[in-house]
Design a protein around this ligand. Structure first.
Ligand code: 8Z2
Ligand code: NDP
Length: 270
């Protein structure tokens, strides 16, 4: 078996025993894979999302010693999301918040309306600020951590994603600032930036042509990022091995952040 196909599971079973985690967007894609891995490693995960059926399906697919429950909630409703988090924090404590819910539509900047801009900023930046702030007292008690799902190339820019890149750059600034402000509270906060992850959501948003070019031309290693690789990295950051990791952006992208990026696909984004 080559390194390219080896299962990325390197953390020992029991690594996250007793950890209470909240994962937003746990009903599909990366959020589901993160939930599965955390539960395998012994954590209890509360999954948040807007659709009960997909959150339930995540629960049905779990296989591990940890536990799982879910709350239906739109993270853009910042009061409802904070209330769900407080409920978790009060009932079982909180050692990990994974801000994974996110996304955007692909459009050139000139075609993004005020409403379109606001909807993407609300989802990918504002909701994260409020939920993370609500988590502070619980994370301070457990010396816990936050992982924010970001994007490969967030420090560079990306065609067709002005709103999303701006929001994620904001999250990176927030991450680095909270890493400083909360360090003495024992709370760590990091960003994980995947490259192209072939989830259903991305397949729906991008054409086959764009997807093929993202993987084969914009990614030096010419491989998509498996959800399991992202999940292992999130689990590592939550584990004792990540105890001194804070304020980081870890791009797990086959080198995509070093490459030419989306501007090589003008036919798709202009
Ligand atoms: C280098 C390689 C490294 C690799 C780099 C990595 C490459 C892949 C990067 C990322 C991959 C992923 O994120 S994959 C995950 C993808 N999943 C998604 O993106 C799905 C999530 N998307 C959404 O949920 C929605 O699109 C979301 C953004 C939140 C908006 O939801 P809302 O319910 O608020 O949306 P609506 O009410 O329908 O619309 C709000 C406004 O947005 C406008 N709007 C909606 N779609 C629009 C469109 N296509 N073009 C213009 N405008 C649009 C509408 O017209 C409205 O504006 P008005 O008309 O003015 O009212
Ligand atoms: N796929 C990719 O190539 C990449 C993805 N990313 C980022 O990783 C994260 C996960 O992506 P991916 O798994 O592909 O996407 P998915 O669309 O599969 O997952 C997003 C999840 O978030 C939930 N969600 C969306 N909006 C809201 C909301 N307003 N409130 C609560 N939950 C919400 C969705 O569930 P529901 O609809 O039920 O609410 C869904 O389960 C996103 O932030 C994405 O932008 C980053 C780099 C690359």
């Amino acid at each position: 078996m080559t390194a390219a196909t080896t299962e990325p599971r390197v953390l020992a079973s029991g690594t996250l025993d007793g950890l209470s985690a909240l994962v937003t967007g746990a009903g599909s894609g990366i959020g589901r894979a993160v939930t599965q891995r955390l539960v395998q490693l012994g954590a209890h995960v509360t999954g948040l999302g807007r659709h009960e059926d997909s959150l339930k399906e995540t629960g049905d697919l779990l296989d591990g010693p940890g536990g799982y429950d879910h709350r239906v909630c739109d993270v853009r409703d910042t009061e409802a999301a904070a209330a769900a988090l407080v409920e978790v924090g009060e009932s079982r404590g909180l050692g990990l918040l994974v801000n994974n819910a996110g996304g955007q539509f692909f459009a050139k900047a000139l075609d993004i309306s005020v409403n379109g801009w606001n909807s993407v900023l609300d989802l990918n930046l504002t909701s994260i600020f409020h939920l993370t702030k609500a988590a502070h007292p619980y994370l301070a008690r457990t010396h816990g951590s936050v992982v924010n799902l970001s994007l490969s190339g967030v420090e560079r820019g990306g065609m067709g994603m002005a709103h999303s890149i701006a929001a994620r750059a904001g999250v990176l600034g927030l991450t680095r600032t909270l890493a400083l402000e909360w360090a003495t509270d024992g709370i760590r906060i990091n960003c994980v930036g995947p490259g192209t992850v072939l989830t259903h959501a991305l397949n729906d948003e991008a054409s086959d042509h764009v997807l093929g070019n993202l993987v084969h031309k914009a990614t030096p290693m010419q491989r998509p990022t498996p959800t399991a690789d992202v999940a292992e990295l999130v689990a590592f950051l939550a584990s004792p091995a990540g105890a001194l990791m804070t304020g980081q952006l870890l791009q797990i992208d086959g080198g995509a952040h070093l490459g030419a990026g989306l501007h090589m696909l003008p036919e798709a984004y202009r």
